[in-house]
Design a protein around this ligand. Structure first.
Ligand code: UT7
Length: 333
């Protein structure tokens, strides 16, 4: 049976480093509060003169391609997860395709926020398993900083989110090399849609965007942080156990867990509940912040570069976020 294996990973972080001390200058917050509540010390913000969601994604994709060793023309399909596209439409998938000079191949956009990358991976996996495409580029990229309200009103959201891009190449393989995606598990509960959302501009109101919507913070992310936190710590564990049970595996079989990077406290709580050691969980939120759909592929690429994710390892990735949506996957390297 055909399976999908990861043959290359890459990431791109914008050059501009924004520390907690930089945020202290523009809002009523402190390095101590941000570190204690979120684990974040610094994050990267894009450069409007240089970075777009699509070109950051392209830089991450080119690194992944280089690692994979395949020719760029061997890419047959793109799945692009982002909730911060360059345009209202079309999606950034086609812009990435243009950046890479891959005119003609399909480009699909995924909008499942923090779980978006695992949703994207799952979609790509189905195309590989059904022998539709052999090599697929799967990307998560976000520019969150241009929508953050850098003042006291926006502080509970603004101190968390950040920009970046990550990519991987999925390739078809037969079962013989014992590598690849073992399974993906996707969930959603739309009853909580408005607990973490950006309302405007939306299509179902008389006018899509008005001055009131801007003044009234409709264009900013609204997050019921406590509620998101409480659901996240439960759903992370559930969906990780679900993946293990589906493959008759135990928690000890996991060599590395890469959780979505939303809050270090969430990840540490989940690690403790699962009984995983410090070397079994990879976090980079301390210096990357929360890059939504980009956080998992950035972390995967960094973990590989740092030798913390290696050949033959069993990797578990898991995410929770807006929707609510949550998801997991097990990948044998
Ligand atoms: O990736 C998408 C998924 N998102 C998440 O998973 C996020 C989950 N939630 C969280 O990470 C946390 O809820 C936050 C980090 C957003 C907030 O932490 P918290 O411990 O839940 O704080 P809180 O919202 O309960 O606020 C505690 C206090 C409040 O003051 P009072 O009412 O106790 O006087 C806030 O006004 O902290 C205040 N506060 C801040 N103080 C300094 C809120 N934001 C800030 C800030 N700096 N940036």
């Amino acid at each position: 049976m055909t399976k999908a294996k990861v043959i290359g990973m890459g990431h791109y972080l914008p050059d501009r480093v924004v520390t907690n001390f930089d945020l202290e200058k523009v809002m009523d917050t402190s390095d101590q509060w941000i570190k204690e509540r979120t684990g974040i010390s610094e994050r990267r913000f894009f450069d409007p003169e240089k970075d777009t969601v699509a070109n950051m994604a392209a830089r991450a994709s080119l690194s992944a391609l280089e690692q994979s060793g395949i020719d760029i023309k061997d890419i047959e399909f793109i799945v692009f997860a982002t909730i911060t596209p360059d345009y209202f439409f079309p999606g950034s998938g086609v812009l990435l395709q243009r950046e890479l000079g891959l005119e003609g191949i399909g480009a699909l956009d995924i909008r499942n926020a923090c779980s978006g990358f695992i949703y994207a991976l799952s979609v790509a996996e189905q195309y590989v398993k059904t022998n539709t495409y052999k090599n697929i580029l799967v990307v998560g990229a976000e520019i969150q900083s241009s929508a953050l309200e850098m003042n006291d009103r926006g502080r509970s959201v603004s101190v968390i989110f950040a920009d970046g891009a990550g990519a991987l190449i999925l390739q078809a393989t037969d079962d013989s090399d014992n590598q690849g995606l073992l399974s993906t598990h996707l969930h959603a509960d739309g009853r909580f849609a408005e607990e973490l959302f950006v309302r405007d501009p939306g299509s179902s109101r008389k006018e899509r965007l008005t001055k009131d919507m801007i003044d009234d913070v409709g264009i900013r992310a609204h997050m019921n942080g406590n509620m998101v936190f409480k659901h996240a710590v439960v759903k992370f564990q559930e969906v990780i156990h679900e993946a293990l049970e589906a493959n008759q595996l135990e928690i000890d079989d996991i060599d590395l867990l890469i959780p979505h990077q939303a809050n270090l406290r969430i990840n540490q709580f989940v690690q403790k509940q699962l009984g995983l050691g410090d070397d079994q969980v990879f976090n980079n939120i301390m210096y990357c912040g929360n890059t939504t759909a980009a956080s998992i592929p950035i972390a995967m690429s960094e973990a590989w570069d740092e030798g913390k994710l290696k050949a033959k390892d069993l990797l578990c990735i898991a995410a929770f976020g807006s929707g609510f949506t949550w998801a997991s996957a097990l990948i044998k390297f």
